[in-house]
Design a protein around this ligand. Sequence first.
Ligand code: PLP
Length: 423
Amino acid sequence: SAFTAGVVPPAPEDPLFGLMTAFRADTSPSKVDLGIGAYRDDNAQPWVLPVVRKAEELIRSNPAANHEYLPIAGLPELGPATQKLIFGADSPVLADKRMRHADRDALALQVATLQTISGTGAIHLGGLFLSRFYPADPKPTVLLSNPTWANHRQIFTNVHLPVASYPYFFPSTKGLDLDGMLAALRAAPDRSVVVLHTCAHNPTGVDPTQDQWQQIAVAMREKNHFPFFDTAYQGFASGDLARDAWPIRYFAAQGFELCVAESFAKNFGLYGERAGAFHFVCAPSDSAADAAAAIASQLTVLQRCEISNPPAYGARIASMVLNDPELFAQWEQDLHTMSGRIIEMRRGLRERLEQKRTPGTWEHITEQIGMFSFTGLSEEQVKILREKWHVYMTKNGRISMAGLNSHNIDYFAEAVDSVVRET
Ligand code: PLP
Protein backbone atom coordinates (compact mmCIF):
# COMPACT_ATOMS: atom_id res chain seq x y z
CA SER A 1 0.00 0.00 0.00
CA ALA A 2 1.13 3.56 -0.63
CA PHE A 3 -0.14 5.06 2.57
CA THR A 4 1.91 3.20 5.16
CA ALA A 5 2.43 4.89 8.53
CA GLY A 6 4.81 7.82 8.26
CA VAL A 7 4.01 8.60 4.61
CA VAL A 8 1.43 11.16 5.70
CA PRO A 9 2.76 13.09 8.68
CA PRO A 10 0.19 13.63 11.43
CA ALA A 11 -1.07 17.24 11.44
CA PRO A 12 -1.17 19.18 14.70
CA GLU A 13 -4.58 19.48 16.31
CA ASP A 14 -6.40 22.79 15.73
CA PRO A 15 -5.54 24.70 18.93
CA LEU A 16 -9.01 26.17 19.45
CA PHE A 17 -10.88 22.94 18.89
CA GLY A 18 -8.33 21.21 21.18
CA LEU A 19 -9.16 23.73 23.88
CA MET A 20 -12.87 22.90 23.50
CA THR A 21 -12.18 19.20 23.95
CA ALA A 22 -10.11 19.83 27.10
CA PHE A 23 -12.87 22.03 28.53
CA ARG A 24 -15.50 19.35 27.96
CA ALA A 25 -13.34 16.74 29.69
CA ASP A 26 -12.82 18.92 32.79
CA THR A 27 -15.16 17.78 35.57
CA SER A 28 -14.71 20.80 37.88
CA PRO A 29 -18.07 22.49 38.62
CA SER A 30 -16.41 25.91 38.55
CA LYS A 31 -14.83 25.55 35.09
CA VAL A 32 -15.11 28.57 32.80
CA ASP A 33 -14.91 28.48 28.99
CA LEU A 34 -13.45 31.71 27.61
CA GLY A 35 -11.99 30.08 24.49
CA ILE A 36 -15.04 29.57 22.35
CA GLY A 37 -15.76 32.23 19.71
CA ALA A 38 -19.52 31.90 19.99
CA TYR A 39 -22.06 33.96 21.89
CA ARG A 40 -23.38 32.57 25.17
CA ASP A 41 -26.26 33.86 27.28
CA ASP A 42 -26.02 34.73 30.97
CA ASN A 43 -26.31 31.01 31.80
CA ALA A 44 -23.38 30.10 29.53
CA GLN A 45 -25.80 28.51 27.05
CA PRO A 46 -25.94 28.92 23.26
CA TRP A 47 -28.56 31.51 22.30
CA VAL A 48 -30.90 31.09 19.36
CA LEU A 49 -31.86 34.65 18.38
CA PRO A 50 -35.63 35.20 18.83
CA VAL A 51 -35.76 36.57 15.28
CA VAL A 52 -34.14 33.39 13.99
CA ARG A 53 -36.74 31.27 15.85
CA LYS A 54 -39.47 33.35 14.20
CA ALA A 55 -37.96 32.94 10.74
CA GLU A 56 -37.60 29.20 11.32
CA GLU A 57 -41.30 28.94 12.19
CA LEU A 58 -42.22 30.83 9.04
CA ILE A 59 -40.04 28.56 6.92
CA ARG A 60 -41.50 25.42 8.52
CA SER A 61 -45.09 26.56 8.10
CA ASN A 62 -44.65 27.31 4.40
CA PRO A 63 -46.30 24.40 2.55
CA ALA A 64 -44.18 25.11 -0.53
CA ALA A 65 -40.89 24.67 1.38
CA ASN A 66 -38.66 21.91 0.05
CA HIS A 67 -35.07 20.71 -0.03
CA GLU A 68 -34.19 21.46 -3.63
CA TYR A 69 -30.71 22.66 -4.63
CA LEU A 70 -30.00 26.37 -4.58
CA PRO A 71 -28.48 27.97 -7.67
CA ILE A 72 -24.66 27.87 -7.80
CA ALA A 73 -24.42 31.50 -6.65
CA GLY A 74 -26.84 30.87 -3.80
CA LEU A 75 -30.33 31.99 -2.81
CA PRO A 76 -31.29 34.67 -5.36
CA GLU A 77 -33.02 36.98 -2.86
CA LEU A 78 -30.10 36.86 -0.39
CA GLY A 79 -27.58 38.56 -2.70
CA PRO A 80 -29.21 42.00 -3.08
CA ALA A 81 -30.22 42.05 0.61
CA THR A 82 -26.73 41.32 1.80
CA GLN A 83 -25.21 43.86 -0.61
CA LYS A 84 -27.39 46.52 1.04
CA LEU A 85 -26.39 45.30 4.47
CA ILE A 86 -22.70 45.59 3.70
CA PHE A 87 -22.49 48.62 1.41
CA GLY A 88 -25.59 50.57 2.51
CA ALA A 89 -28.78 50.85 0.41
CA ASP A 90 -27.71 54.15 -1.16
CA SER A 91 -24.11 53.12 -1.86
CA PRO A 92 -22.68 54.32 -5.17
CA VAL A 93 -21.50 50.76 -5.85
CA LEU A 94 -25.12 49.57 -5.81
CA ALA A 95 -26.29 52.05 -8.46
CA ASP A 96 -27.12 50.41 -11.78
CA LYS A 97 -24.40 50.77 -14.42
CA ARG A 98 -24.82 50.32 -18.14
CA MET A 99 -23.10 47.27 -19.65
CA ARG A 100 -20.87 48.09 -22.60
CA HIS A 101 -20.71 44.68 -24.17
CA ALA A 102 -24.33 43.66 -23.80
CA ASP A 103 -27.67 44.67 -25.25
CA ARG A 104 -28.07 48.42 -25.32
CA ASP A 105 -30.42 48.50 -22.35
CA ALA A 106 -28.64 46.04 -20.07
CA LEU A 107 -27.93 47.37 -16.62
CA ALA A 108 -25.85 45.67 -13.96
CA LEU A 109 -23.90 46.35 -10.78
CA GLN A 110 -20.17 46.78 -10.37
CA VAL A 111 -20.39 44.21 -7.58
CA ALA A 112 -20.31 40.42 -7.92
CA THR A 113 -21.88 38.55 -4.97
CA LEU A 114 -22.03 34.82 -4.26
CA GLN A 115 -23.43 33.02 -1.25
CA THR A 116 -20.66 30.99 0.43
CA ILE A 117 -19.93 28.46 3.19
CA SER A 118 -20.01 31.10 5.95
CA GLY A 119 -17.06 33.47 6.37
CA THR A 120 -14.40 30.80 5.99
CA GLY A 121 -15.81 29.78 2.63
CA ALA A 122 -15.99 33.41 1.53
CA ILE A 123 -12.34 34.00 2.44
CA HIS A 124 -11.38 30.80 0.66
CA LEU A 125 -13.35 31.67 -2.48
CA GLY A 126 -11.82 35.14 -2.52
CA GLY A 127 -8.33 33.75 -1.98
CA LEU A 128 -8.79 31.15 -4.69
CA PHE A 129 -10.11 33.75 -7.13
CA LEU A 130 -7.19 36.12 -6.42
CA SER A 131 -4.70 33.29 -6.71
CA ARG A 132 -6.13 32.36 -10.11
CA PHE A 133 -6.90 35.76 -11.60
CA TYR A 134 -4.94 38.55 -9.89
CA PRO A 135 -3.28 40.34 -12.80
CA ALA A 136 0.27 40.14 -11.43
CA ASP A 137 3.25 37.88 -11.83
CA PRO A 138 4.47 36.72 -9.36
CA LYS A 139 1.29 36.29 -7.35
CA PRO A 140 0.51 39.06 -4.87
CA THR A 141 1.52 38.77 -1.24
CA VAL A 142 -1.35 38.61 1.23
CA LEU A 143 -0.67 40.82 4.25
CA LEU A 144 -2.29 39.77 7.50
CA SER A 145 -2.46 41.73 10.74
CA ASN A 146 -0.16 40.52 13.50
CA PRO A 147 -1.90 38.88 15.26
CA THR A 148 -4.90 37.70 13.30
CA TRP A 149 -7.56 34.98 13.25
CA ALA A 150 -5.54 31.76 13.27
CA ASN A 151 -7.23 30.37 10.14
CA HIS A 152 -6.26 33.26 7.82
CA ARG A 153 -2.72 32.11 7.20
CA GLN A 154 -3.60 28.56 6.28
CA ILE A 155 -6.57 29.55 4.09
CA PHE A 156 -4.39 31.79 1.90
CA THR A 157 -1.41 29.43 1.96
CA ASN A 158 -3.72 26.63 0.90
CA VAL A 159 -4.52 28.50 -2.35
CA HIS A 160 -0.79 29.10 -2.95
CA LEU A 161 -0.61 32.77 -2.12
CA PRO A 162 2.48 34.02 -0.26
CA VAL A 163 1.59 35.43 3.16
CA ALA A 164 3.29 38.15 5.21
CA SER A 165 2.14 40.26 8.13
CA TYR A 166 1.85 43.89 9.20
CA PRO A 167 2.15 45.17 12.79
CA TYR A 168 -1.22 45.77 14.38
CA PHE A 169 -1.18 45.41 18.15
CA PHE A 170 0.97 47.48 20.45
CA PRO A 171 1.54 45.41 23.61
CA SER A 172 2.44 48.35 25.85
CA THR A 173 -0.82 50.23 25.18
CA LYS A 174 -2.84 47.13 24.25
CA GLY A 175 -4.10 49.33 21.41
CA LEU A 176 -3.42 49.83 17.69
CA ASP A 177 0.13 50.16 16.38
CA LEU A 178 -0.94 52.60 13.65
CA ASP A 179 2.57 53.83 12.82
CA GLY A 180 3.88 50.30 12.51
CA MET A 181 0.94 49.32 10.36
CA LEU A 182 1.26 52.30 8.01
CA ALA A 183 5.03 51.84 7.66
CA ALA A 184 4.53 48.16 6.78
CA LEU A 185 1.85 48.99 4.21
CA ARG A 186 4.21 51.52 2.63
CA ALA A 187 7.12 49.06 2.62
CA ALA A 188 5.13 46.16 1.13
CA PRO A 189 5.34 45.31 -2.59
CA ASP A 190 2.94 47.40 -4.72
CA ARG A 191 -0.51 45.87 -5.22
CA SER A 192 -0.36 43.56 -2.24
CA VAL A 193 -3.59 42.09 -0.93
CA VAL A 194 -4.26 43.48 2.56
CA VAL A 195 -6.66 41.58 4.79
CA LEU A 196 -8.49 44.03 7.06
CA HIS A 197 -10.88 43.06 9.85
CA THR A 198 -13.87 45.32 9.25
CA CYS A 199 -14.77 45.49 12.95
CA ALA A 200 -14.24 43.67 16.25
CA HIS A 201 -10.73 42.54 15.32
CA ASN A 202 -10.08 38.91 16.25
CA PRO A 203 -8.16 38.26 18.51
CA THR A 204 -7.33 41.72 19.88
CA GLY A 205 -10.67 43.56 20.05
CA VAL A 206 -8.77 46.63 18.79
CA ASP A 207 -10.27 48.51 15.82
CA PRO A 208 -8.91 51.60 14.05
CA THR A 209 -10.90 54.81 14.58
CA GLN A 210 -12.52 56.38 11.51
CA ASP A 211 -9.64 58.86 11.31
CA GLN A 212 -7.14 56.00 11.45
CA TRP A 213 -9.03 54.12 8.72
CA GLN A 214 -8.67 57.20 6.53
CA GLN A 215 -4.91 57.15 7.05
CA ILE A 216 -4.85 53.44 6.23
CA ALA A 217 -6.76 54.18 3.01
CA VAL A 218 -4.20 56.83 2.02
CA ALA A 219 -1.30 54.40 2.50
CA MET A 220 -3.17 51.67 0.60
CA ARG A 221 -3.93 54.03 -2.26
CA GLU A 222 -0.27 55.14 -2.51
CA LYS A 223 0.78 51.55 -3.01
CA ASN A 224 -2.26 50.42 -5.01
CA HIS A 225 -2.93 47.70 -2.46
CA PHE A 226 -6.05 45.59 -2.73
CA PRO A 227 -8.29 45.65 0.39
CA PHE A 228 -9.76 42.31 1.44
CA PHE A 229 -12.31 42.97 4.19
CA ASP A 230 -13.10 40.12 6.55
CA THR A 231 -16.49 40.89 8.11
CA ALA A 232 -17.34 38.28 10.71
CA TYR A 233 -18.89 40.55 13.35
CA GLN A 234 -21.09 43.16 11.65
CA GLY A 235 -23.60 44.50 14.20
CA PHE A 236 -21.92 42.52 16.90
CA ALA A 237 -19.24 45.07 17.70
CA SER A 238 -21.14 48.30 18.31
CA GLY A 239 -24.64 46.85 18.02
CA ASP A 240 -25.10 49.15 14.99
CA LEU A 241 -24.92 47.48 11.57
CA ALA A 242 -24.08 50.62 9.59
CA ARG A 243 -21.41 51.77 12.00
CA ASP A 244 -19.72 48.39 11.99
CA ALA A 245 -19.62 48.41 8.16
CA TRP A 246 -18.23 51.96 7.97
CA PRO A 247 -14.69 51.01 6.85
CA ILE A 248 -16.00 49.08 3.82
CA ARG A 249 -18.40 51.86 2.89
CA TYR A 250 -15.61 54.42 3.19
CA PHE A 251 -13.17 52.46 1.00
CA ALA A 252 -15.93 51.78 -1.56
CA ALA A 253 -16.83 55.48 -1.67
CA GLN A 254 -13.15 56.26 -2.26
CA GLY A 255 -13.33 54.18 -5.44
CA PHE A 256 -11.17 51.25 -4.32
CA GLU A 257 -11.65 47.91 -5.99
CA LEU A 258 -11.99 45.53 -3.08
CA CYS A 259 -13.58 42.40 -1.80
CA VAL A 260 -15.55 41.42 1.29
CA ALA A 261 -15.91 38.06 3.01
CA GLU A 262 -19.08 38.15 5.07
CA SER A 263 -20.18 35.71 7.75
CA PHE A 264 -23.64 35.30 9.30
CA ALA A 265 -22.28 32.94 11.96
CA LYS A 266 -22.03 35.45 14.79
CA ASN A 267 -24.54 38.16 13.97
CA PHE A 268 -27.35 35.67 13.30
CA GLY A 269 -26.02 32.98 15.64
CA LEU A 270 -26.09 30.61 12.64
CA TYR A 271 -22.65 29.13 13.34
CA GLY A 272 -23.24 25.58 12.17
CA GLU A 273 -25.53 26.49 9.27
CA ARG A 274 -22.59 27.93 7.32
CA ALA A 275 -24.24 31.01 5.83
CA GLY A 276 -22.18 33.84 4.36
CA ALA A 277 -21.36 35.73 1.20
CA PHE A 278 -18.44 36.93 -0.90
CA HIS A 279 -18.55 40.31 -2.63
CA PHE A 280 -16.13 41.59 -5.25
CA VAL A 281 -16.42 45.32 -6.01
CA CYS A 282 -14.87 46.62 -9.24
CA ALA A 283 -13.44 50.13 -9.31
CA PRO A 284 -15.77 52.70 -10.86
CA SER A 285 -15.20 52.95 -14.63
CA ASP A 286 -17.18 52.78 -17.89
CA SER A 287 -16.69 49.04 -17.99
CA ALA A 288 -17.13 48.24 -14.27
CA ALA A 289 -20.40 46.35 -14.82
CA ASP A 290 -18.81 44.23 -17.58
CA ALA A 291 -15.81 43.46 -15.36
CA ALA A 292 -18.09 42.48 -12.46
CA ALA A 293 -20.20 40.21 -14.68
CA ALA A 294 -17.09 38.39 -15.92
CA ILE A 295 -15.77 38.05 -12.36
CA ALA A 296 -19.14 36.72 -11.19
CA SER A 297 -19.05 34.13 -13.97
CA GLN A 298 -15.57 32.93 -12.94
CA LEU A 299 -16.50 32.85 -9.25
CA THR A 300 -19.46 30.71 -10.24
CA VAL A 301 -17.17 28.21 -11.97
CA LEU A 302 -14.89 28.04 -8.92
CA GLN A 303 -17.90 27.53 -6.65
CA ARG A 304 -19.38 24.86 -8.91
CA CYS A 305 -16.29 22.69 -8.87
CA GLU A 306 -15.73 23.02 -5.14
CA ILE A 307 -19.15 22.87 -3.48
CA SER A 308 -21.55 22.78 -6.46
CA ASN A 309 -24.00 25.02 -4.61
CA PRO A 310 -24.20 26.43 -1.08
CA PRO A 311 -26.38 25.21 1.81
CA ALA A 312 -29.96 26.50 1.88
CA TYR A 313 -31.21 26.55 5.46
CA GLY A 314 -29.16 29.33 7.06
CA ALA A 315 -29.37 31.41 3.90
CA ARG A 316 -33.18 31.19 3.95
CA ILE A 317 -33.25 32.43 7.53
CA ALA A 318 -30.84 35.31 6.89
CA SER A 319 -32.62 36.28 3.69
CA MET A 320 -36.04 36.26 5.30
CA VAL A 321 -34.85 38.56 8.08
CA LEU A 322 -32.93 40.90 5.79
CA ASN A 323 -35.85 41.26 3.37
CA ASP A 324 -38.62 41.88 5.93
CA PRO A 325 -38.60 45.27 7.70
CA GLU A 326 -40.30 43.94 10.83
CA LEU A 327 -37.99 40.99 11.22
CA PHE A 328 -35.03 43.25 10.44
CA ALA A 329 -36.02 45.58 13.29
CA GLN A 330 -36.28 42.63 15.65
CA TRP A 331 -32.84 41.44 14.50
CA GLU A 332 -31.37 44.82 15.37
CA GLN A 333 -32.81 44.42 18.86
CA ASP A 334 -31.31 40.94 19.17
CA LEU A 335 -27.93 42.36 18.11
CA HIS A 336 -28.27 44.96 20.87
CA THR A 337 -29.01 42.19 23.36
CA MET A 338 -25.79 40.40 22.43
CA SER A 339 -23.49 43.41 22.12
CA GLY A 340 -25.08 44.97 25.24
CA ARG A 341 -24.38 41.93 27.40
CA ILE A 342 -20.80 41.80 26.18
CA ILE A 343 -20.27 45.50 26.93
CA GLU A 344 -21.71 44.91 30.41
CA MET A 345 -19.25 42.06 31.00
CA ARG A 346 -16.36 44.28 29.88
CA ARG A 347 -17.42 46.95 32.34
CA GLY A 348 -17.92 44.43 35.12
CA LEU A 349 -14.55 42.78 34.66
CA ARG A 350 -12.61 46.03 34.54
CA GLU A 351 -14.45 47.33 37.60
CA ARG A 352 -13.68 44.21 39.61
CA LEU A 353 -9.98 44.15 38.71
CA GLU A 354 -9.63 47.85 39.52
CA GLN A 355 -11.46 47.42 42.83
CA LYS A 356 -9.11 44.62 43.78
CA ARG A 357 -6.17 46.82 42.69
CA THR A 358 -4.92 43.93 40.57
CA PRO A 359 -1.41 44.95 39.41
CA GLY A 360 -1.41 46.40 35.88
CA THR A 361 -3.87 48.58 33.98
CA TRP A 362 -7.27 47.36 32.83
CA GLU A 363 -8.82 50.18 30.74
CA HIS A 364 -8.17 48.14 27.61
CA ILE A 365 -10.87 45.70 28.68
CA THR A 366 -13.53 48.36 28.02
CA GLU A 367 -11.69 50.11 25.19
CA GLN A 368 -11.46 46.96 23.08
CA ILE A 369 -14.68 45.93 21.38
CA GLY A 370 -16.51 42.90 20.03
CA MET A 371 -16.42 39.31 21.14
CA PHE A 372 -12.77 39.18 22.23
CA SER A 373 -10.39 40.90 24.57
CA PHE A 374 -6.63 40.60 24.51
CA THR A 375 -6.06 40.67 28.24
CA GLY A 376 -2.28 40.95 28.24
CA LEU A 377 -2.04 37.81 30.42
CA SER A 378 1.12 35.82 29.64
CA GLU A 379 1.28 32.25 28.41
CA GLU A 380 2.42 31.18 31.88
CA GLN A 381 -0.49 32.97 33.54
CA VAL A 382 -2.91 31.37 31.08
CA LYS A 383 -1.48 27.97 32.00
CA ILE A 384 -1.97 28.55 35.74
CA LEU A 385 -5.51 29.80 35.12
CA ARG A 386 -6.26 26.54 33.38
CA GLU A 387 -4.51 24.16 35.76
CA LYS A 388 -5.43 25.74 39.06
CA TRP A 389 -8.66 27.61 38.30
CA HIS A 390 -10.18 25.56 35.43
CA VAL A 391 -10.41 28.67 33.28
CA TYR A 392 -9.91 27.93 29.57
CA MET A 393 -8.58 30.56 27.18
CA THR A 394 -6.16 30.66 24.23
CA LYS A 395 -2.50 30.86 25.22
CA ASN A 396 -2.08 34.34 23.66
CA GLY A 397 -4.21 35.71 26.53
CA ARG A 398 -7.37 36.18 24.47
CA ILE A 399 -10.69 35.78 26.24
CA SER A 400 -14.12 35.50 24.68
CA MET A 401 -16.18 38.04 26.62
CA ALA A 402 -19.31 36.04 25.81
CA GLY A 403 -18.02 33.28 28.10
CA LEU A 404 -18.36 35.60 31.10
CA ASN A 405 -21.70 36.00 32.87
CA SER A 406 -23.15 37.18 36.16
CA HIS A 407 -22.48 33.74 37.71
CA ASN A 408 -18.77 33.42 36.90
CA ILE A 409 -17.44 36.97 36.59
CA ASP A 410 -16.51 37.25 40.29
CA TYR A 411 -14.73 33.91 40.15
CA PHE A 412 -12.83 34.89 37.01
CA ALA A 413 -11.79 38.28 38.43
CA GLU A 414 -10.57 36.54 41.58
CA ALA A 415 -8.62 34.02 39.48
CA VAL A 416 -6.96 36.74 37.40
CA ASP A 417 -6.11 38.79 40.48
CA SER A 418 -4.54 35.80 42.19
CA VAL A 419 -2.55 34.68 39.15
CA VAL A 420 -1.25 38.18 38.36
CA ARG A 421 -0.07 38.60 41.96
CA GLU A 422 1.69 35.26 42.14
CA THR A 423 3.63 35.50 38.86
N1 PLP B 1 -13.02 35.77 10.20
C1 PLP B 1 -12.82 35.98 11.49
C2 PLP B 1 -11.97 37.12 11.91
C3 PLP B 1 -13.40 35.14 12.44
O1 PLP B 1 -13.19 35.37 13.74
C4 PLP B 1 -14.19 34.06 12.00
C5 PLP B 1 -14.77 33.13 12.97
O2 PLP B 1 -14.35 32.98 14.08
C6 PLP B 1 -14.39 33.91 10.61
C7 PLP B 1 -13.78 34.78 9.75
C8 PLP B 1 -15.21 32.85 9.95
O3 PLP B 1 -16.14 32.20 10.62
P1 PLP B 1 -17.25 31.31 9.92
O4 PLP B 1 -16.59 30.51 8.85
O5 PLP B 1 -17.78 30.48 11.02
O6 PLP B 1 -18.25 32.26 9.35
